[in-house]
Design a protein around this ligand. Structure first.
Ligand code: SF4
Length: 492
């Protein structure tokens, strides 16, 4: 969500006449798009701002802006702690950034503008995309749940959904510029539809499944992913839509958070472990090869060894392809922050280590089972840290697995493989977090996304939709520009 907001900030700034700084140069404008979900976000931000203070002092006219969740949380504290910051803007008014920069310059005074609810759906702003072949498309922002560990509802507000027509128009605009893969984004995608329901009509609980099916009609769109669904609202029609829509990838990321029903209750997550496992069973019945991934928090306040064992049990049964595992840490402003029985760090660490060990073993076994199978890869740019040393490239399989492969030229295709192209290859090795494919490339398809990547062109989407809750009018405007990307101007 945050990375995609940065794409919007890049698009806005480009439209306002800014140009991306050349790598290695000192920029005239630095925008921090902050995240408050991870621990220590504040320390990192104020530390980095401290490093920038002397650089700014020496560079006449340089401006620094801080936006995102941490800015929404800290507000004018940002300029109190770092008075050399020019602009502070929140999660609900990213569209104001160019105006605030101008005002700060004109008035020679820091501008802090935080508003409490969304001014306009972010997709009514232009976006400069980072990738030529894969794009994010927001379907909703905010969340109506109240998980006790989570700061998102406080900082991003209540759920606001985009009209399906606007979502599909943005997907279409990306595909017309060569994009092959789209990820639909929302804090809770399967509550999609809650905020555009006609008050006279019962809510359409099938809205997300319908949206998935509709993406199947977009010619040229090869891969559709989404993140994240909430287990409590997961309905069978979503599984059916996934299974019957050929471009929807066999992949599901569904946060578990805890396998203990007692802890889930304390977290105010309204499903229980049996329901979670039931959804997985149905997904596997409909899509036997689906890769299922999750998020797990270890050491929630009051978690006992028995609770933790329940998490390990669910992990053993669910056999996740991989899990994003987190040690619980206090987020000031959340209900869990003041709960009694906060666990000592060493207890959390020890449980965390045990969970990682179990999950790594399961991930490895799952990946080893794929040795000998053929995977279709969308070749990615820079997805393998060791690729320079190993002479490999990387790509994502349809189920989302990362695959490192040797880009031997296929004599039949006779041309170089580029990020954005599609190859098929057999899996020859496995590790917990990736697959290896060191055999011969079976097929290589040059794509428009590969052409665009080669030419350094990334898509730009013009504003889509005319505001919150209103139907969109007319077709989206597509603007082709040379690559600028997001880069250092809006670091996460
Ligand atoms: S569902 Fe829970 S964890 Fe997810 S964004 Fe909403 S409140 Fe946060």
């Amino acid at each position: 969500m945050n990375v995609h907001d940065s794409e919007r900030l890049s698009g806005l700034l480009e439209d306002a006449g800014y140009v991306k700084a050349v790598a290695g140069d000192t920029a005239d404008l630095v925008v921090f798009n902050t995240c408050a979900v991870r621990e220590n976000a504040d320390n990192k931000l104020y530390g980095t701002l401290g490093h920038l203070a002397p650089i700014k002092a020496e560079r006449e006219g340089m401006q620094i802006a801080v936006g995102g969740c941490l800015a929404q949380k800290d507000r004018d504290t940002v300029v109190k702690k770092a008075p050399w910051v020019d602009v502070v803007f929140g999660t609900h008014n990213i569209g104001s950034l160019p105006v605030l920069l101008e005002r700060a310059r004109h008035n020679e005074q820091a501008q802090v503008e935080i508003i409490e609810s969304l001014e306009a759906f972010p997709s009514t702003l232009p976006a400069k995309r980072e990738s030529a072949y894969a794009g994010w498309v927001s379907i909703s922002v905010g969340c109506n749940n109240t998980c006790t560990f989570c700061i998102v509802p406080a900082l991003r507000g209540k759920e606001v959904d985009r009209r399906p027509g606007d979502v599909l128009a943005e997907v279409q605009a990306l595909v017309e510029q060569g994009v092959l893969e789209v990820t639909l984004l929302g804090q809770n995608v399967n509550s999609y539809g809650v905020s555009f329901a006609d008050p006279e009509e019962p809510r359409d609980r099938g809205a997300f499944a319908k949206l998935l099916r509709a993406t199947g009609n977009i010619e040229g769109l090869e891969r559709v992913r989404f993140t994240s669904p909430h287990p409590a609202e997961f309905t069978d029609d979503v599984i059916e839509a996934m299974a019957v829509t050929p471009n929807v990838c066999p992949q599901l990321h569904m946060p578990l958070q805890s396998g203990s029903d007692r802890v889930l209750k304390a977290m105010r997550r309204s499903y229980r472990s049996a329901k979670f496992l039931g959804i997985i069973e149905k997904v596997r019945a409909a899509m036997p090869h689906a890769a299922i991934t999750t998020d797990i928090i270890v050491g929630f306040p009051g978690e006992t060894e028995e609770d933790f064992q329940a998490t390990l049990d669910v992990v053993r049964q669910a056999r996740f392809t991989s899990a994003f595992t987190f040690q619980y840490s206090i987020r000031p402003g959340t209900p869990a922050a003041t709960m009694p029985d906060q666990l000592p760090k060493e207890v959390v660490q020890e449980r965390y280590d045990r969970l990682i060990e179990l999950q790594e073993q399961i991930s490895l076994e799952g990946n080893q089972a794929l040795i000998g199978s053929t995977v279709e890869l969308l070749v990615a740019d820079g997805a393998g840290k060791k690729n320079d040393k190993t002479a490999r490239m990387s790509g994502r399989a349809r189920d989302g697995r990362l695959v490192h492969f040797r880009p031997t030229v296929n004599p039949a295709a006779g041309s170089e493989i580029r990020p954005g192209d599609i190859v098929t290859i057999d899996v020859t090795g496995a590790a917990p977090h990736y697959l290896i494919a060191d055999g011969e490339i079976l097929t290589h398809r040059r794509t428009r996304a590969g052409d665009a990547h080669e030419q350094g062109i990334t898509p730009k989407t013009a504003p889509i939709g005319v505001g919150l809750g209103l139907p969109s009018i007319g077709a989206p405007v597509v603007v082709e520009t040379a690559a600028a990307g997001c880069g250092s101007a809006c670091g996460d």
